[in-house]
Design a protein. Sequence first.
Length: 471
Amino acid sequence: MRIGSKHSGVKVIQFTDFSGGINYAVPPEALANNECVTLLNWEYDFSSGVLKTRDGLEKLGSLTNSINQLYYAKNLGVLLVSAGGKIYKYNNDGTFTELGTLSGSKVPIFTEWSNKVLIASGDKLQSTDGLTLTTIDTSPLCDYVNVQYGRVIVSKQGDDYLYWSGIGDETNWNFSGTDSDALQLEIGYKDGGNIVAVKMLSKDVVVFKDNKRIYRVVGVYPDWVVYEVSRDNGALSKFAVAEVGNSIAFIDESGIRSLDTVLEYGDIKVRDVGEKINVWLRKNLISSQIRLWHVKPKGQVWVKGQNDNFIYVFHYANRAWTVFQFPQSCSAVAYSDETIYVALGTDLYKMSNTVLTDDGADIQARLITKKIHPNRQFLLKRGKIFYQGLSTGTANLKINKLYKNLDISQSGDIAYLDSDIAYSDDDPVVQEASSLVEFRCNHRIPYLQPEITVISGNMKLLGLILEVVEV
């Protein structure tokens, strides 16, 4: 006679693919296997796609007034900082040099122009060479500036017109001269709307108006053509729009969307990129506080819906979302080829994978998987969790009332995180092996939904494997 087993039918449940990110659009039970309920302070490693705790912040310096805009000027090799109605240059040593006072009261927009940077802040256009700030008194009032086909292009919220400078001359705003002088074009003739935001999409100009219409300006004067792209999608503010490669991301009343080029038709279409978070995002939007940043070195788009400490992060390589929580509300972001700059209140920080805390404070991260229900109950038999420690710390795994402490440790020193001289440094460049924690138990649970909390330290999460029996 065969002896029966009370615990036959062991199931192996794997959480080894987290590439789907968070999904707020469906209940926890309906999530895909690669999706999570919560991914707080996690991001995807840009080179490998592995889930890791987010990079830390190192304080670079402080100003008296809150920072509201950052711009890294590649042509000048300097970081420009806007705070308290003034423009500063960061000196890379913890100090700032004041360049001058903005002509307007709006949060400024910057663009590079030859060996200068042009600045629009709601009044007359200004320029800086990194040493002084000069006002161009002949320009139209403007709160947006860019460059197209050798001309400076400006606009202002509440207006219907785009304005182009004379060819090659940011001071030439003579609209009654020759074809090489300044030009203007009305967008959406008598459509009842005013300009909210302007962005570039490849060589074309895209205009968002407050009547939910979007226009695209194609071609060069005198062969301009204005197309209506959409009449039921509108950006909520000037800063609710960001250029992302060959797309434009924007936030409307329904959440975050994108304008993408359709190559086969040479057209652009509106697409929904926030389908997993829009149900939450649209309940937490305050138009005047929305900010949208493209953080190209990390392959991310950051979304700030209101004046809190949370940033929704879109990783466009795998089209997945996570959430960052900073010590204060993020007010500005910029990047150079090597450094990501983040402004929190009056403080300027850099964000880097070699920075493992937020200015000395531990970064706490939390992950909650999908929820899996049995027919009656699960009996949890054993488990394995794989991870790679990037810095020493602690974490825990929680499955219902079962807790398992995890020791995050490095395998000795890591070369890229120390200050040793390179030619004499025999430490590994990266940690050589992952950590494996195994456990056995007989724990009855009504459902399966693991939670991982990182209390201190940094790690890459490689996977969690559980063995359960339905009882």
